[in-house]
Ligand binder design. Structure first.
Ligand code: GCW
Length: 697
């Protein structure tokens, strides 16, 4: 199948008939296809030499279809391009331009950028264009990234376990590094470069101080050496108490000069090993992690102290705003804003505050985080979760493009036309530092992400980080064509499945704005009844607040007033259940079970309808996938089919367990036509999953 794409669209139909879809594809090649080796050795020249340009040339040479024009790779300021009128301003440092041109009397496809990295991105864009059925006779591609940092966050521990990872052990074999450089490291870098990702944080935000010791710096340096030519910088999560744990100091107080000096020396040591080290990511005073608040200092004090250590080397600090129950016992959804908004303007100019997409925690749906739009003086980097901690782990099919897009497109209400995307690209407030971070779903599984469709989430993250204005549907198509080939029946079906998949998960896990109904710790499966955990905000009952009379979290003035953290136009909309989108209704409102919705249904009826719809959607996806059996290689088809069967069973489990619980609380019957849960509530409550993956405890 993959070979077909390389032959170009004209050949597709004939070749389809010949190709054997039964050929196994283990998914290792990702969207780059296992047949990238089978190009026609089209001549590729470059005018200056560098490892990055050699990679670009090699990608093109081994993948461009026969009959392609020769390619010239040249920097935009190269004398050979004197007559070409290239808008260098538009290229920025990482942008590219790909066009047909006549240079030195020779008809070529010119791939240019201000830097070699821009040229590499241009080479990948050219291949993407051709893979997606773009016209080879009409090539005019130009793009520059809208964000500066497009970065993966690996929650990988030094013992190889990946927190919230569902695709095997960590890719980093810390034990054999720095000596052995697994060829997979370069493949990882190549995949990232192909979608514009330019940074990676190697270790978990729940960090160990050991990752900052000399042996681990050497290991990180070995990875940085592999990644460099692909334009990928290495960053590390820093444990705030490292000066005590590995530095022999008595304190980690950021205002103590000895602490600042320790970090400065540590940064100098890292930069000696990794001259282009990106900087630090920090989770401080959150879920038991140490931080400046331990000493009565602020998050800004902590971030700025680290920022000054990396500043002389051009490094940055990404300081997470994911904090709760540290200083403030109220509504968890309010706490990050309460703590960070007053600090706007106090951060050093090489600090970004990293804000999760929603105010709680990567739920299948959350309204956008109120900090977006509320800290105009601070560059904010958005953090999304690519790994599906709350969306069915690796097995459930949930394409996250629509979820990322929904958040990026959300108007903040702070100023006319301002969206989350315009905040994180820096455009809204004129910041040059900007970015998007994604918690990686990558592990040592042969197919990298645990399933073929999970690869699409890695892909769409990178592409949206490059340009948050791209459409998730167009990106689903782009990914599908590169992954499965150009058979229109396959592409149409796959894209349709993908586009509905995330909403299905919302429906069967927590419709109408419900959130955090997951079983304890591992978050596998439903646990809306859980009420006995030590801290109130660890319990699902804290979030849904269901009783005999109603359900939902009142975040209006009569409740926690979290709505007031949004800019006035948004706050007004969320303050009234009549103007709150149904999707977010119970996030903001506590309503009676018999509350009438605009369509005449009661809240309870609508809720049941959505649970049923979610289950039905999964059945429909499975039936759609079945129609593709003869058109997709057996290996990927079978794994996906089996995973869809798991998803179908678990969607039903979610629906049944949740409804059994809600009925035990509200005493209501199911609306006519809706099936009774398969088991009684007690059955669901006693299920245990001691070895569920990804759970740190
Ligand atoms: O979603 C929660 C996860 C934790 C994670 C935390 C965070 C790394 O359950 O495993 O810790 O978020 O984002 O810090």
């Amino acid at each position: 199948m993959m070979l077909i794409r390389r032959l170009g669209p004209l050949w597709t139909c004939a070749a389809l008939a010949l190709a054997s879809p039964a050929l196994a594809d283990d998914g290792y090649g990702l969207w780059l296809g296992s047949a990238r080796e089978q190009g026609a050795s089209v001549p590729v020249d470059w005018t200056s030499d560098s490892p990055t340009l050699r990679i670009a040339a090699e990608e093109l040479r081994r993948s461009l279809p026969a009959g392609s024009r020769p390619v010239l790779l040249a920097r935009a300021d190269d004398a050979a391009l004197a007559g070409q009128r290239i808008d260098r301003q538009a290229l920025g440092t990482e942008g590219y331009r790909v066009q047909h041109a006549t240079i030195g009397g020779r008809a070529v496809t010119l791939v240019t950028g201000a830097t070699d990295l821009g040229i590499l991105y241009g080479a990948f864009a050219l291949l993407r264009h051709l893979d997606s059925g773009g016209d080879p006779a009409n090539i005019a591609l130009a793009s520059a990234p809208q964000t500066r940092l497009r970065i993966l966050n690996h929650w990988d521990n030094l013992d190889g376990v990946v927190e919230r990872g569902y695709s095997g052990q960590s890719l980093w074999d810390w034990w054999t590094l720095p000596d052995f450089k697994d060829p997979r490291y370069a493949d990882y870098a190549r995949a990232n470069a192909s979608i514009g990702i330019n940074g990676t944080v190697l270790n978990n935000v729940n960090a160990k101080a050991e990752s900052l010791t000399a042996p681990y710096i050497a290991k990180a340096a070995a990875l940085a050496d592999v990644f460099r030519a692909y334009g990928i910088k290495v960053y590390l999560s820093a444990r705030f108490s490292a000066p005590i744990e590995i530095g022999g100091l008595k304190t980690a107080d950021p205002r103590d000069p000895a602490v600042a000096a320790w970090w400065k020396a540590k940064a100098d040591e890292i930069y000696r090993a990794i001259p282009d080290f990106g900087g630090f990511l920090v989770k401080a005073n959150s879920e038991g992690q140490p931080g400046p608040r331990d000493y009565g200092a602020s998050h800004a004090d902590g971030a700025n102290m680290l920022a000054s250590a990396v500043k002389p080397h051009g490094g940055i600090v990404m300081w997470r705003a994911f904090v709760y129950a540290d200083t403030d016992p109220e509504d968890r959804a309010k706490q990050a804003y309460t703590e960070f908004e007053p600090l706007d303007g106090q951060f050093a100019d090489n600090v970004l505050v990293q804000v999760k997409n929603g105010a709680i925690d990567f739920q299948p749906r959350e309204p956008f985080h109120p900090l977006f739009g509320a800290m105009p003086k601070t560059p904010l980097i958005a953090e999304f979760q690519i790994t599906k901690e709350y969306l069915g782990f690796a097995t459930h099919l949930a394409y996250l493009g629509p979820m990322f897009e929904e958040v990026l497109d959300a108007p903040t209400g702070a100023r006319r036309g301002e969206t989350v995307a315009s905040v994180i690209t820096g455009k809204a407030d004129g910041h040059t530092l900007s970015g998007m971070a994604g918690v990686a779903n990558i592990g040592r599984d042969r197919d990298w992400s645990g399933s073929t469709f999970n690869q699409a989430n890695w892909y769409v993250f990178g592409r949206l980080a490059w340009d948050p204005g791209l459409s998730s549907q167009a990106l689903a198509r782009e990914w599908a064509v590169q992954t499965f080939g150009s058979d229109p029946m396959v592409i149409g079906t796959v894209v349709a499945m993908m586009m509905r998949s995330r909403e299905a998960v919302v429906d069967y896990t927590g419709p109408l704005g419900l959130a955090h109904l997951f079983a304890t710790g591992h978050h596998y499966g439903p646990g809306p009844w859980v009420s006995d955990l030590a801290r109130p905000e660890w319990n699902p009952v804290y979030y849904h607040r269901a009783d005999r009379n109603g359900i939902g979290f009142d975040r209006t003035r009569t409740g926690s007033n979290a709505v007031a953290q949004y800019a006035p136009p948004i706050a007004r909309r969320y303050a009234d259940p009549r103007t709150t989108p149904l999707e977010d209704l119970l996030w903001f409102h506590h309503l009676p079970w018999d509350y009438r919705l605009a369509d005449g249904r009661t809240l309870w009826e609508e809720m049941v309808r959505r649970y049923d719809r979610g289950v039905a959607e999964v059945a429909a996806m499975r039936a759609q996938w079945a129609t593709l059996k003869s058109r997709i290689d057996a290996e990927r088809w079978t794994k996906t089919d089996t995973f869809l069967a798991i998803q179908q069973r678990e969607a039903r489990w979610w629906r049944d367990a949740s409804l059994a619980y809600w009925m035990s609380v509200n005493g209501l019957e199911l609306p006519a036509g809706s099936k009774a849960p398969e088991h009684g509530l007690e059955h669901y409550k006693q299920l245990r999953f001691p070895y569920a993956p990804g759970n740190p405890h």
